[in-house]
Design a protein around this ligand. Structure first.
Ligand code: EPU
Length: 417
């Protein structure tokens, strides 16, 4: 298990290029299962552990997966419909095969994901929605067994806005007989990107990005080609990196329109954000102001940026209140930040962050992907050398983070533990 060593206190400078979005690539890769033939997906963040897991999963099902940043997936010979626990436990996103498999194979056996570091994360709404489309669902020995003679369009209202739930149902409904309406659907840009790809494949989906998605089922889909949208969470993470180190940085190949809330909150904290030639320029202020944030489904403040924003607020003037409204236990980074000198108290789903003048290096441990990013950011600003262990969490979602940060002037290196 590798570790990262970061000497803090160095300012950053230059340009960083944002990779394709992990959470857009995962559902789009599973959507290729819906059609026989070869689809091509460009700008895939291929070095990420989660993408490697998805490639393995697709290959296990009989797909031929080739290429790196541009991936060809040939789903002509899908001959398996079972996804074992080993693949789901390393990546919950594996559950995104459920919709495509029942639609194409009329059956699927996919391990139930267990709890994870950020909360229980059930998939009851995915299953309830599939049942509404006529899928017979059984739970047996930790597996979801799904079977359908045919899928029939229906109206389904999500009790909670769920990103992968919306994606699973959109994929299944694309090949259902008749019309489907998904109400209280997730509006995240990754949902829109998937709908665009499905429409390229011949699906008839309108309303993605709004609360109601309408899908007119078609008999058959064909392979298609697309480019993965820029990763908004990686973009936001580098915006915080510039802000926390009081640096000036250009972030290229990004789409700041997908990050409006994050940009607004950073501006309130005193960060300057302007246009650059092929992206945005971010300038961190000499002193940060405190800002309160509460996470919410898109277009609200993303839960996937909460930990990184907390690292920033731990160095602001005054107290900020950070409320986590999406996941029940997404404050695992707090104890580690506290070990670096942050002053944070938790009350229920709220963190009260009293800004301190400085953070100091300490050995810390990452517990999930975004918590790891938060510790990297804190370490960039801290005095001394921070040692971050369990870097594999980071490798699930940030491509070449130590290379990208080194190129910006950070003193960061990876060492085998
Ligand atoms: N929920 C249910 N039942 C369900 C589905 C969801 O109760 O059947 C609850 C969850 O427990 C949670 C809330 O609904 O409290 C929202 O969760 P959602 O289903 O939207 O999360 P997800 O689809 O499992 C995706 C991202 C996450 C991101 C969340 C929220 C992917 C592969 N994952 O997860 O990304 O945090 O949406 O935006 O798209 C990450 O990249 O670090 C990450 C965790």
């Amino acid at each position: 298990m590798d570790k990262l060593l970061i000497d803090g206190g160095h300012s950053l400078k230059g340009t960083v290029k944002i990779s394709g979005a992990k959470n857009a690539a995962l559902p789009i890769l599973t959507a290729t299962l819906l059609a026989s033939g070869r689809s091509t997906i460009h700008n895939v963040p291929n070095r990420l552990a989660d993408i490697k897991t998805m490639r393995k999963l697709l290959a296990d099902l009989g797909a031929v997966v080739e290429g790196d940043e541009s991936i060809n997936v040939d789903c002509s010979n899908i001959n398996n419909w079972k996804v074992p626990y080993e693949l789901v436990k390393t990546m919950r996103g594996s559950v995104l095969v459920l919709g495509p498999l029942v639609a194409r194979m009329k059956r699927a056996r996919v391990s139930l994901p267990g709890g994870c570091a950020i909360g229980a994360r059930p998939i009851n709404l995915h299953l309830e929605g599939l049942k509404r489309l006529g899928v017979d669902i059984r739970l047996s020995q930790g597996y979801v067994e799904a079977e359908a003679k045919k899928l029939a369009g229906a109206t389904y209202r999500f009790g909670i806005s769920t990103v992968t739930g919306t994606e699973n149902l959109m994929m299944a409904a694309s090949l259902a007989e008749g019309n489907t309406a998904l109400e209280n659907a997730a509006k995240e840009p990754e949902v829109v990107a998937l709908a665009d790809f499905l429409n390229q494949m011949g699906a008839r989906i309108v309303g993605a990005g709004s609360e109601v998605i309408s899908i007119e089922g078609v008999k058959e889909l064909c392979p298609a080609e697309c480019r993965i949208i820029p990763d908004r969470i990686e973009t936001g993470t580098y915006m915080v990196a510039a802000s926390i180190t009081k640096s000036e940085m250009t972030i290229a190949d990004c789409n700041v329109a997908h990050l409006e809330q994050v940009a607004t909150m950073l501006k309130e904290a005193g960060v300057k954000i302007g246009k650059a030639k092929d992206g945005i320029k971010v300038v961190g202020p000499k002193s940060l102001r405190n800002v309160d944030v509460g996470t919410a489904p898109y277009p609200g403040f993303p839960t996937d940026m909460q930990a990184q924003f907390m690292a920033l607020m731990s160095l602001a003037q005054g107290t900020s209140i950070i409320t986590e409204n999406i996941f029940e236990s997404r404050f695992m980074h707090v104890a580690e930040l506290t070990r670096m000198g942050a002053d944070i108290k938790i009350e229920g789903n709220t963190a009260i962050v009293k800004g301190v003048n400085r953070l100091s290096a300490a050995p810390v441990m990452a517990t999930d992907l975004r918590a790891s990013a938060c510790l990297v950011l804190a370490a960039l600003a801290a005095e001394g050398t921070t040692e971050i262990s369990r870097v594999y969490h980071l490798d699930r979602g940030y491509e070449r983070i130590e290379n990208k940060l080194s190129q910006l002037g950070a003193h960061i290196r990876r060492v085998p533990a």
